[in-house]
Ligand binder design. Structure first.
Ligand SMILES: [Zn+2]
Ligand SMILES: [Zn+2]
Length: 270
């Protein structure tokens, strides 16, 4: 079992410490555990948006986070998972230089790239659902996948997280999204970037894995490697619904997943 996307209370909207998460991972027999805390947001966004302080760890704690996870990773206590030091970076347009600076400040094993903001609106924040009334669904989906393709092409991330996040609260495009899926699959294949299969969607109103089966199949046709994450925001969510992720991958034609160690993709059998 692998879980390449877990959070701790350091991001201000999750529960549990690194040790709490690790204890559950040990108990469940995980082979790889990737901490992917939300990378600090840029000062400009924090100044503009009073809610943003609860979206990510503050920059003043980044070094502590690196030290804490690195200590656990080097500890190598048996039996236990291989612990990897990662971050989940917000890769909306204009944020690349900020992310590059922080990502180069520590020896991360992997960087997940995410799009959570559209023109400054955190569309996955359950407190900001009124934003969906201001966006045409087709325009939202098109713009999201454009930004996601740009995130992949930036070369900053090793894998793109929860690739069809706009469905979280039930927003779906009026027109067939398969064209968007194909364009995105082509962009990530060209960029040589992996994509995350996330079981977090199963815990949300959409009640579906990210990505949808058609998108996962499009990724498989282009040979895009996939990793698996729970996006756990509480210790008990570590490894959440792993069998469902494996089933989705198998249905899409995958025989292996990948983990990312020292910024290198490494295949692991399902
Ligand atoms: Zn989060
Ligand atoms: Zn995310």
């Amino acid at each position: 079992m692998i879980d390449m996307h877990v959070h701790t209370r350091r991001c201000r909207h999750a529960r549990g410490s690194v040790q709490d998460v690790l204890a559950v991972a040990r108990q469940r027999g995980l082979r790889y555990l990737g901490f992917a805390e939300h990378l600090p947001l840029p000062a400009l966004l924090l100044d503009q948006d009073p809610r943003a302080a609860s979206y990510a760890m503050p920059e003043s704690e980044l070094a502590d986070y690196v030290a804490e996870v690195s200590a656990v990773a080097e500890d190598g206590q048996e039996p236990g998972p291989r612990v990897l030091l990662g971050v989940e970076a917000d890769l909306h347009p204009g944020n690349e230089a900020h992310v590059r600076r922080l990502v180069s400040s520590a020896p991360f094993d992997f960087v997940l790239g995410s799009v959570h903001f559209l023109d400054g609106w955190a569309f996955d924040d359950p407190e900001l659902l009124d934003g969906y009334d201001r966006w045409d669904a087709d325009r939202l989906w098109t713009r999201y996948f454009e930004d996601l393709a740009a995130a992949a092409a930036s070369g900053i991330a090793d894998a793109i997280a929860h690739p069809d996040l706009p469905k979280k609260f039930g927003c779906s495009p009026r027109t067939d999204p398969r064209e968007l899926y194909e364009a995105f699959a082509e962009a990530v294949a060209d960029a040589g970037v992996a994509v995350e299969v996330s079981t977090a969607g199963l815990r949300k109103p959409c009640a579906e894995i990210y990505p949808a089966p058609d998108l996962l199949a499009a990724l498989n046709r282009r040979g895009v490697p996939v990793t698996i994450g729970s996006d756990a925001h509480a210790p008990e969510e570590v490894g959440y619904a792993y069998e469902a992720a494996v089933a989705a991958l198998t249905d899409a034609g995958y025989r292996e997943a990948v983990v990312i160690v020292g910024r290198e993709i490494k295949e692991v059998p399902l």
